[in-house]
Design a protein around this ligand. Structure first.
Ligand code: MSP
Length: 506
């Protein structure tokens, strides 16, 4: 992906059986950070999210709410759209699987699979977990439940099957040839062990309920919700049109970001479906970990779900973004506590970043009448700081291409710490009486360094970054990574500085 000029990035499409919570926020946030970074780096990005409307789980939730499935999904889907709007996510499309474009795409894929003799009619007898929308082998059950803890029920019904078993070797060959297809590495190993263990043909239609996409030419069946849902990734690119649509340019550069719980569907079923329909698999699948709350699994029954709206109202969008992106290495599980968020907010945002900006800009305002001083001759310490700033982008590119989002944040905050150290060492306030020219140079170096930092933090804390760049009078068309080396114009007047990261006091 490093040299590619296009990126197609997707979130899973969320089940509309319930209100959005922090888990949904997290996956989309991670994608949003990547999408913003890539766009700023000159890459043509298509970022898609959406909702998964079909299946038994959603049908059951609609019934419980006393609504028709269509009415129910439109209502709940709106909560997910509103969350994305509230978070100011930068997706280019929001797909919902009840849309005509998607029904067409899923039915077309089905017909390709029929044409290639990859699907046959049979009968399913076995275990099904509605919560996971997944089939389980008897041998997988633990104490009569799915390995995820979900309840299972015995299902006997006519069903179409996908010949998954015959794809075992081809999948293994594909993983071996494409070592970067599944990340992180430990997850890749788990998937490979699973496939090596043998694959069973997969039931891909249901007859015991109606809330799904009708199987072409056999209206008694609706498609298995995962076949339907996974297809969304190509629907959004214009499939079945592969020639004149976005499919042509974007599919080869596709990145699916998913939670670890749904990796198997993405890394096993999805490439098998695609290859069976003569389509290439996506380029990469990254599985992130799960958040717990105060050490406990987040669930409605425990009453410890975290409401994203409440979180943002309490701490602000940027603080929530920063915490989720920084606190846990992307790929690992993490624990959410308000105390940890407040610590990050006060130390990394208010004390480190906020303080750097505040002390430099208010010093320029007070001592230089708000005018950026012209630099004099640069000394070693100045060049050291400036070159740390200008060396940063290649490092960040390497990390973002591995989806090491926390590393991107860490690298930038290391520079912030360096800049703070430079202020302490250079003591511009003492230079005011001893050497005004040198003071001007120090302030110029700092202002330019802050400009570069604020350009780089845009994918992480977009609102604060914009405010800092405004305070440095950086024109809005000079804020991409291509402008990192542009340098701040000396002698420009800056607006009155204002604090950007207030400390949080509970
Ligand atoms: N509808 C399917 C996805 C179909 S994609 C073709 C689905 N939906 S979901 O709403 O149940 O979950 C969506 C995402 O939220 C998953 O990536 C899941 O990992 C994530 N999370 C749900 N709870 C989570 C946490 N507690 N922590 C982190 N992410 C979690 O699965």
């Amino acid at each position: 992906m490093v040299h590619s000029k296009k990126l197609y990035i997707t979130t899973p499409i969320y089940y509309v059986n319930d209100a959005p919570h922090i888990g949904h926020l997290y996956t989309t946030l991670a994608c949003d950070m990547i999408a913003r970074f890539m766009r700023l780096n000159g890459i043509d990005v298509k970022f898609v999210t959406g909702t998964d409307a079909h299946g038994q789980k959603v049908e059951k939730a609609a019934l419980a709410a006393g609504k028709s499935p269509q009415e129910f999904v439109d209502e709940v889907s709106l909560n997910f759209r509103n969350l994305a709007t509230m978070m100011q996510f930068t997706h280019d499309d929001f797909i919902q699987t009840t849309q005509i474009r998607h029904i067409k795409a899923a039915q077309h894929l089905w017909q390709q699979l029929i044409k290639n003799d990859e699907i046959y009619l049979g009968a399913y007898s076995g275990w099904y977990a509605i919560r996971d929308e997944a089939y389980y082998q008897e041998s997988e059950l633990i104490d009569g439940k799915a390995p995820t803890g979900a309840d299972v029920e015995w299902v006997t019904e006519p069903s179409y099957f996908f010949r998954l078993s015959k794809w075992q070797d081809k999948l293994l060959e594909f993983y071996n040839k494409n070592p970067d297809f599944i990340a992180p590495e430990t997850r890749r190993n788990e998937v490979m062990r699973f496939v090596e263990g043998g694959l069973h043909d997969l039931s891909v239609s249901r007859t015991s309920f109606k809330w799904g996409i009708p199987v072409p030419n056999d209206p008694d069946h609706v498609m298995y919700v995962w076949l339907d849902a996974l297809t969304n990734y190509i629907t959004a690119l214009g499939y079945p049109d592969q020639e004149t649509s976005d499919f042509k340019d974007f599919w080869a550069n596709s990145l699916h970001v998913v939670g670890k719980d749904i990796l198997r569907f993405h890394a096993v079923y999805w490439p098998a479906f695609l290859m069976a329909a003569d389509l290439p698999p996506p380029q990469r699948i990254f599985a992130h970990g799960w958040w717990t709350k105060d050490g406990e699994k987040i669930s409605k029954s425990l009453g410890n779900t975290i409401n994203p709206v409440h979180l943002v109202e309490t701490y602000g969008r940027d603080a929530v973004r920063y915490f989720l992106l920084r606190e846990v290495p992307f790929g690992n599980d993490g624990d959410f506590t308000d105390a940890a968020l407040i610590t990050r907010l006060n130390s990394d945002l208010a004390n480190s970043y906020g303080n750097l900006v505040q002390r430099v800009l208010s010093f320029i305002a007070k001592t230089c009448g708000g005018v950026v001083p012209s630099p004099d001759k640069l000394v070693a310490a100045d060049n050291a700081l400036l070159s740390q700033a200008s060396d940063l982008l290649p490092l960040l590119e390497t990390e973002i291409n591995k989806q090491a989002l926390h590393k991107v944040v860490e690298h930038i905050w290391k520079l912030i710490a360096e800049a703070n150290r430079y202020v302490d060492e250079q003591k511009p306030w003492s230079l005011k009486t001893t050497d005004q020219a040198r003071m001007g140079t120090v302030l110029y170096v700092l202002a330019d360094c802050i400009r570069q930092i604020a350009i780089l933090t845009q994918p992480i804390v977009p609102e604060a970054s914009a405010r800092i760049l405004d305070q440095l009078a950086v024109p809005s068309d000079q804020r991409t990574f291509a402008h990192l080396n542009a340098q701040l114009t000396p002698q420009i007047s800056l607006p009155t500085p204002e604090g950007v990261f207030p400390r949080f006091t509970p």
